[in-house]
Design a protein around this ligand. Structure first.
Ligand code: SF4
Length: 338
């Protein structure tokens, strides 16, 4: 956004320029002012900027209920052919009720109520997954993303008969890992690389054989049209179009599992303050499973030995240092977690 001093400064330059030129009526004399403030990098300009749309049979918008993917939905309405565009949402069964309501309203407003909801065929959501695995996932054992998001998504892709482009709301500005991604690449880049040189990999990628067979007939690109956008850009577009998940205005910085097993101290405190019922739910699941929701290391050992939810909440409200730093690192190449 243009700062007020810059605005005043550039206006003064224009004014002095005009006064000295002696021609007060030539509109081009305000050029310095407009050059400084024209919307070349504004969110509106970014929104309408041309993007090389691949020639495919189906454009698939990955919608998560977060601010970036909500902006992507609006972007898709502007740039993609409606008859060849669809929207998908991977449901972990562990989103906030606020998010579910928001997703439904976006579905009605922008997707003709045709949102495709993908769920695991094996697990009835995060709690069922944790129950069957006898533990909750963690940063080092992030089987939640794999089982609840990546597997249902790839499973769905492999059932499609045409060439696809999957659109993600990833922005490079969000983290160093995201900045290293490309704006456009093959969705199955891992599987393609593995086929070329399996020695580079410690483990065979998911669905390797099925993907290899599918790729003989089809292709699947991944496109990230918001890659160079800033946070302010997406927030502005969302606010202007009333498409901001209400969780953001409650102070949450990210939207997704509610909470994510890797959320920050700040988010735990916020959740405990705003939604004690969710904490009670976690308490009851921990009791049933006999395992903690947050993994060891979430809370420094010097604070408590085992991170049971009540201790984690107590810690989140304390000044005690240590524990995980700041923000989530919940993401994969497939970007199914915000
Ligand atoms: S948001 Fe967190 S808990 Fe949910 S699937 Fe992603 S990593 Fe797992």
């Amino acid at each position: 956004m243009t700062s007020v001093p810059l605005l005043v400064f550039s206006f003064l330059i224009s004014y002095v320029y005009i006064s000295r030129s002696g021609n007060k009526y030539d509109p081009s004399l305000f050029a310095p002012f407009f050059l400084l403030h024209m919307p070349s990098n504004s969110s509106t300009a970014r929104f309408y900027e041309r993007y090389p749309i691949p020639d495919v049979d189906l454009h698939v918008i990955a919608f998560s209920g977060g601010k970036d993917s909500s902006t992507l939905v609006l972007w898709a309405k502007q740039h993609l052919p409606p008859e060849k565009t669809c929207f998908v949402f991977c449901d972990t069964g562990w989103e906030s009720p606020v998010t579910y309501k928001f997703v439904e309203s976006m579905n009605r407003r922008f997707m003709d109520s045709k949102l495709i909801v993908l769920r695991s065929q094996t697990y009835r959501g995060l709690v069922d997954l944790a129950t069957k695995r006898k533990r909750f996932p963690s940063a080092l054992a992030r089987f939640c993303t794999e089982q609840l998001k990546i597997v249902p998504m790839i499973d769905w892709i492999l059932k499609q008969e045409g060439d696809l482009a999957i659109y993600q709301g990833i922005r490079g500005q969000e983290s160093a890992a995201r900045a290293r991604m490309k704006q456009s690449e093959d969705f199955f880049a891992r599987q393609i690389k593995y086929r070329e040189d399996p020695k580079q990999f410690r483990r065979k990628p998911l669905f390797q054989d099925q993907v290899t067979t599918w790729l003989e007939r089809r292709s699947c690109k991944v496109e990230r049209p918001l890659f160079y956008w800033k946070t302010e850009d997406v927030l502005k577009i969302c606010r202007e179009n009333d498409t901001l998940n209400p969780l953001y205005d409650k102070g949450f910085e990210r939207v997704g599992c509610y909470p994510c097993v890797m959320c920050s101290k700040k988010e735990i405190r916020l959740l405990a303050d705003k939604d004690p019922d969710r904490i009670a739910q976690i308490r009851s699941y921990e009791k049933k499973l006999g395992r903690t929701f947050f993994h060891h290391g979430t809370v420094p050992d010097s604070f408590c030995k085992e991170p049971w939810i009540d201790d984690v909440v107590r810690w989140s409200r304390s000044e005690h240092k240590g524990g995980p730093k700041g923000s989530w690192s919940c993401m994969s190449f497939y970007n199914h977690c915000e």
